[in-house]
Design a protein around this ligand. Structure first.
Ligand code: ADP
Ligand code: MG
Length: 358
């Protein structure tokens, strides 16, 4: 069941800054949705429209079937029942942690202190931090307070605008997992906005990719990663190996051999057509042919042009194919057995390729 529905929403700032163009998106109840796109793609604008801080020029936004914006309606932000956590947490600096968390709760409500304590526990903050002020907390702790403050109001929907981007890398991953767990445990439907595709793919059940104000593609993290709508999305969501191919009857003929491809219109037509086939780097099994067992190893042969040691994950630049078919590929291999320039490796493809539109 959908909780939030966005239909044909557009937003232009001033005369010609088109921030969102005809965006339609459905957010399922209870799910975690990620909106991912490069800076300036309209992500924050969409959150502002949902929260009620901006008005759409066209289109309609509904929550649980009721119109929030559009059709002459504009429900004020504080009446929408939507929680927000922003990049910097935006805590009140002069209030304690407890006062920040309890800010929206009625002052003389029974059990108020117990509720604040429960929220502290929920976001995994020690009770002895209750009387601290925001500047006495780490970035990650401040974000937990911001989350607790938003959860205190039991929002119907939680919006998170790049809430981890100000944190260090290690802490960012930990916080992402913590927040994901807390939202799942409280059953809160949430939308995370991020420019980090790894964060989007690991946080969400449902991902929407934005580019230049438009929704490019939406779906499960797995389907987007494996079957991106176009080349740009493929490269935005991760490293990709792109191969020119002749595609017919579910098979792509490439410089790495014949690769099965998923059923797209193109792949299933009888007539062969030239296309671009995408593989993710982890679909390539790369083996070094240095031990005299070369005849036994399956896969296309590639000459190593360059290798760069990088610890657990190393880069290998290889060329495969001859003459006009010669293709240079950038690959990733484990640091355990990196081949040197001039050596030969075998490349075997695992799983299906994905045909990209020309
Ligand atoms: P994102 O969050 O993906 O980085 P934004 O929604 O903040 O993108 O911005 C989308 C576009 O709208 C950008 O080109 C930005 O410059 C423009 N924009 C955002 N806010 C305003 C504003 N208040 N006035 C004018 N232009 C704006
Ligand atoms: Mg933004």
């Amino acid at each position: 069941m959908s909780l939030l529905s966005i239909s044909s929403v557009s937003k232009t700032y001033g005369r010609d800054a088109r921030a969102l163009i005809d965006v339609s998106l459905v957010v399922p109840a209870g799910a975690r949705t990620a909106i991912v796109g490069p800076s300036g793609s309209g992500k924050t604008t969409l959150l502002k429209l949902i929260a009620g801080f901006e008005r759409p020029d066209a289109g309609r936004i509904t929550l649980e079937g009721a119109v929030l914006a559009g059709e002459g309606v504009h429900v004020p932000a504080h009446k929408r029942g939507i929680g927000i956590v922003s990049q910097d947490g935006a805590l009140f600096p002069h209030l304690t942690v407890g006062e920040n968390i309890g800010f929206g709760l009625p002052k003389r409500q029974d059990g108020r202190d117990r509720r604040i304590a429960a929220l502290m526990a929920m976001v995994e903050l020690d009770a002895d931090m209750l009387s601290r002020r925001p500047h006495q907390l780490s970035g990650g702790q401040q974000q937990r307070v911001a989350l607790a403050r938003a959860l205190a109001l039991e929002p119907r929907l939680m919006l998170l605008d790049e809430p981890f981007s100000a944190l260090d890398t290690g802490l960012r991953d930990t916080m992402r997992r913590t927040v994901s767990r807390i939202l799942a445990a409280s059953g809160t439907t949430s939308i995370l906005v991020t420019h980090d595709q790894g964060e989007a793919l690991s946080f969400a059940d449902h991902v929407a990719v934005f580019r230049e104000g438009r929704l490019v593609q939406a779906g499960s993290p797995q389907s987007l990663y494996r079957c991106p709508a176009d080349r740009q999305t493929a490269l935005f969501l991760g490293d990709a190996v792109l191969l020119e191919a002749t595609v017919a009857a579910g098979q792509a003929e490439t410089v790495l051999g014949s690769i099965p491809v998923g059923s797209t219109d193109k792949a299933s037509t009888g007539t062969a057509s030239t296309s671009l086939v995408m593989l993710r780097p982890e679909q390539l099994r790369i083996r070094w042919l240095g031990l005299g067992e070369a005849d036994l190893v399956k896969g296309a042969r590639a000459r190593v042009l360059d290798s760069e040691f990088g610890g657990g994950l190393c880069r290998l630049t290889v060329e495969v194919g001859e003459g006009p078919a010669r293709t240079v590929l950038d690959l990733r291999v484990s640091g355990f057995d990196v081949a040197a320039p001039g050596e030969t490796v075998a490349i075997e493809v695992v799983g299906q390729g994905h045909v990209l539109p020309a």
